[in-house]
Design a protein around this ligand. Structure first.
Ligand code: FE
Ligand code: FE
Length: 324
């Protein structure tokens, strides 16, 4: 078994509101409390942290909390999707709001340097449009590409990853698929912008996540990934492996086939579940997948794929993953 690094978005340990439980699914937690919870997950060693966080918590306090929990930071996610950005961050019609998004991302870049993290994660969830005729598509796409291109040019020493998703909260997100995101990144023409491939977002978008990973790898742009699960019609962010185990296995098979190395990261929202149990369950399944990749008959699988033999390939994959 290879030595894996497991990570999680710190929001895994938050409590959530939605448009029905407007009182939240539990009492609110501070960032420090979330870090202390993350520290209780077996095998978790890195976290992605949203910024800015509450002003009554200093960067030093966060650093101390991380240290006592043996955690390091993989990425900082600037919150460019809150009320101020309800009409978009990089694509906002107001140049002042677009500037503010740029400033917030630059502040996130400073935190990445401070924590020795790997990247700024951009999730422009409000960038896009809702209604027919609302948007000048050429303009929206230009804003999307130029906004991130500018940011990456301002910080050539850092990596920026774009996490695409079809929709939510915006009805149509600008960076909605692996192909559009790659097109945007190619148009920027910069070495330090890549994709963070969220397995669930690819599923939700009707993609085969393993194929999305292969495409991003072939363009040299797979900078990060995270996993979860869903029922394919929404970004449910359920526990990884609970709904689509065979596709998750194919996703990691593709990563290993390409010798891709990086953190196996959870992006789950355990609304009604115990967050520690949900993280441990997912990581246990990911370890099982890693073991299954060791057991897999790689040559036989390749031969089956060369024949495009669906049942033959399924039998080999199933044997490795499920043991029958
Ligand atoms: Fe994600
Ligand atoms: Fe998501």
């Amino acid at each position: 078994m290879s030595k894996l690094t497991f990570g999680a978005g710190i929001w895994h340990f938050a409590t959530y509101l939605d448009r029905y439980a407007t009182d939240g699914y539990g009492p609110a937690k501070t960032l420090i409390e979330m870090i202390d919870l993350a520290g209780q997950v077996r095998d978790l060693s890195v976290v992605d942290i949203n910024a800015p966080w509450s002003p009554d918590i200093s960067v030093d306090e966060v650093e101390v909390a991380l240290k006592r929990n043996n955690l390091s930071v993989i990425g900082i996610t600037p919150e460019i999707y809150t009320r101020e950005f309800s009409k978009g961050a990089f694509t906002n019609p107001d140049a002042g709001v677009r500037r503010r998004a740029n400033e917030m991302c630059n502040q996130a870049a400073d935190l990445v340097r401070r924590f020795g993290a790997s990247y700024v994660k951009l999730w422009p969830g409000q960038d896009g449009w809702d209604y027919p005729f609302q948007a000048d598509y050429k303009q929206i796409w230009r804003y999307s590409v130029e906004g991130i291109g500018e940011l990456a040019s301002q910080n050539p020493d850092l990596k920026f990853v774009i996490e695409y998703k079809p929709r939510e909260p915006r009805v149509h997100m600008s960076y909605s698929s692996v192909a559009r995101t790659l097109l945007g990144i190619e148009a920027m023409g910069l070495p330090n912008v890549g994709i963070l491939l969220d397995f669930g977002h690819a599923l939700f978008g009707g993609e085969s996540p393993a194929d999305s990973a292969q495409l991003a790898i072939d363009h040299g742009r797979l900078f990060g990934m995270d996993v979860n699960d869903n029922l394919r019609s929404w970004d449910d962010d359920m526990v990884a492996g609970t709904v689509h185990p065979i596709e998750l296995f194919e996703f990691f098979y593709t990563l290993r086939k390409n010798k891709w190395e990086g953190v196996w990261q959870l992006d789950q929202f355990p609304f009604r579940e115990n967050c520690l149990e949900a993280a441990d369950m997912a990581i246990d399944f990911l370890k099982h997948i890693d073991g299954a990749l060791d057991r897999l008959d790689w040559d036989a699988l390749q031969a089956a794929q060369d024949r495009q033999d669906a049942m033959g390939a399924q039998k080999i994959a199933r044997q490795a993953l499920f043991g029958f």
